[in-house]
Design a protein around this ligand. Structure first.
Ligand code: FES
Ligand code: FES
Length: 227
């Protein structure tokens, strides 16, 4: 089965495909057809988040969507978010907070968190939001829930949360500074330790750990360079 012409803009560059097999997932199109290997194939079943990319700014598991469903869409992979010489604020925060070990999940984590930051700015509620009219996306529990679709086999979760918290706090307070609304909450960014399934327990939230930033790591993972 095939369709005639498909046009996608990926990381600002237009790509045209003729007679692409309609069964091709967006993940396979990136990895196999274009050698864009930032998005990873962890499970190919929508369960790990390693393949997360952005479509028109919103996050999606690219293993679960067909390329032909996205004719004309703007697609961003980790390569479009930032490369080693031009890391985004979030990529830099992942580096600074030692938020990865093997790095396999990292491109997906960063794409996911990039969209999360926009969702929080727009006051989208999550499954654990108690006040739907006034969601506090800066809370650790909120960040954990919103990132629960991205699995890290190395269990870098506490530092992933710290990296995201730091950027969220910066961006949301900058956002509040430009609007008349005062910031209503602060991030407990140093309060998460250990391995947990979100949301973390009160014990985990109340047991601060030292933040050992590892400056020796290269930017490879945060820029999706491992294929
Ligand atoms: S590879 Fe897509 S969710 Fe795991
Ligand atoms: S850093 Fe290894 S899977 Fe997340």
């Amino acid at each position: 089965m095939s369709m005639s012409i498909l046009t996608l803009t990926i990381n600002g560059k237009e790509h045209r495909f003729e007679n692409l097999d309609t069964r091709t997932t967006l993940l396979d199109l990136c990895r196999q057809h274009l050698q864009i290997t930032g998005p990873k194939k962890g499970c190919d079943h929508g369960q790990c988040g390693a393949c997360t990319i952005l479509i028109d700014g919103e996050r999606i598991n690219s293993c679960l969507t067909l390329a032909v469903m996205h004719d004309g869409d703007e697609i961003t992979t980790i390569e479009g978010i930032g490369m080693p010489e031009s890391l985004s604020e979030l990529q830099q925060a992942f580096k600074d907070h030692d938020a990865f070990q093997c790095g396999y999940c990292t491109p997906g984590q960063i794409c996911s968190a990039t969209a999360l930051i926009e969702e929080v700015k727009q006051n989208w509620p999550s499954y654990v939001t108690t006040d739907l009219k006034n969601p506090d996306g800066l809370l650790i529990q909120e960040i954990a829930e919103r990132m629960s679709g991205n699995i890290c086999r190395c269990s870098a979760y506490p530092n992933i949360i710290k990296a995201i918290s730091q950027v969220l706090e910066n961006q949301v307070s900058a956002n509040n500074a430009t609007s008349s609304e005062p910031a209503t909450s602060s991030v407990q960014s140093s309060a998460v330790t250990g391995i947990w399934s979100p949301p973390p327990s009160q014990t985990q939230l109340g047991n601060p750990s030292t933040n050992a930033a590892n400056n020796n790591k290269t930017a490879t993972s945060t820029a999706g360079g491992r294929s």
